[in-house]
Design a protein around this ligand. Sequence first.
Ligand code: NAD
Length: 528
Amino acid sequence: MTRSSRPKAPAATAPSTLKSFNPQTGAVMREIQTHSPEEVKDAVERARKVAPEWAAIPVEGRARILREVRYRMYELMDEIVETVASETGKPRTEALAHDVLPTLVQFLWYEKTAAKALRSQKIGRFAGPLLGMSSHIDWRPFGVVGCITPWNYPITNCFLAVTAPLFAGNVVVIKPSEVTPGCGELIKQILEPLPAGVATVVQGGADVGAALVDAPCDKISFVGSPATGRKICAAAAKHLTPVVMELGGKDATIVLEDADLDVASSGVLWGSFFNAGQTCYSIERAFVVDAVADEFKEKLLEKLGTLKQESDADVGTLSFSRQLDIVSEQVEDAAAKGAKVLAGGPGAGHENADGTLWYAPTIIEGVTDDMSVVKDESFGPILALTRVRDEAEAIDRANEGPNLTASVWTKDRRAAVRVADQLRAGSVTMNDLSLSAGAPWGPWGGVGESGYGRLNGELGLREFSVPVHVQRNTMPGMKRMHWYPYSDATQAVLRAATDLVGNKSLGTKMSAVGRLAKNAGRTIKDKI
Ligand code: NAD
């Protein structure tokens, strides 16, 4: 099959079946039935009926049920690795390392921590008693959370969107990516230990995702591109549905003069090319200070030369044709506008016969702002290497973003902190890459164009909880001073309280205490 006749990205209106396609061989492995928009609405209605029962189970009880999901995932491990690798084109090692292990870790972490994070919280310890009020926050579930997820880590990124809502007591309706429908079927199997209706998977493309948003749900948990994120925000606005947006980036790394260049070059190489660069936080831009730029480049290219790009080796294929088109166009555009392709690029590596989607890991330098590789997310195996004068220029360039994550390499701890403090990103990392989904204790999310809201961590659980302020009058037999009727005594009490809170002078504050004591009893007595 030639490139032009290779199966294209699924159309905006989903067909009645989705093709499970192997990008390493070009073979269609199976076809999977999609859901209609009406079926999606039915699924949300069924979920809504089950929601109160799931929410009524204490967090510890939910955690015990969800533990069975972790065990189920472990039982299915080999099948998950096989399906993820064959549908995305990534090596089996990556499927195990990035799609199985982090999800197991995430479940385990929530099992251990969810009850504490979602415990009611006493607040207003000082002001409450003065006003005769006791207050706490109850973290209550939203109800039905619609989870819409991408194909690059079809298991991990699905559970990134799904796990926190479930632990927080929500039910979920999940729309996995149409690019990896076999993984979507596996997600159904993984979630089988849950009571019926608590987690439902609907399969299909953009129209099925749009139907889920329009159902409507009580919250949307979205992981995907900024372009789709914008559409979902607009559609959710119709129902005022709150959304969490986990989007992409053009993530930067900075290599300073005193970095361990051996470690930094290995880290940047991996950070740019794991999962063939199809990672929301893969390094797309590296800024290296002038003094070490040549040596760093030499090490990077030498190591790149040792990578194997073949079935189940170091670097897999791109996962679907849209990515191959984007990557090819960006590199061709950059080369045409004067960038130098140091490695990879058009014509390097495998020929894309038989519908396969290989693209050689590519390093370019000399990029300029008019190139699409600078302006747009690549989400593929392209690293733009840029020589900078010094640390200050590196930070400025890195912050041109958007960065979902950013990193800095240096042996000087103070310099590392100084740079990290100035980087504009959702996660900043010193001498490594962000651990992302592998660190479920950390909040995960972006800034600006890379998204908002947080998944993972305690903040992730609370993202899917409504913080209800529960208040109890500790003097229930007494009427309140600010109730009807408004009298001179009421005015005097309010004026005294205002003086106490706002006035600088100690004398005025002391006189306010006296006025309060004098008028409080009188105003309460007068209340109707
Ligand atoms: P995408 O935006 O094309 O699709 C994501 C999901 O949205 C899919 O399930 C798709 O069917 C659905 N969708 C498409 N149009 C829709 C609509 N109008 N209404 C509702 N749903 C709709 O993204 P993708 O190509 O699957 O994934 C790649 C993108 O995801 C990249 O930009 C990447 O950076 C980003 N990403 C972000 C994170 C993160 O954690 N921040 C993680 C992985 C990927």
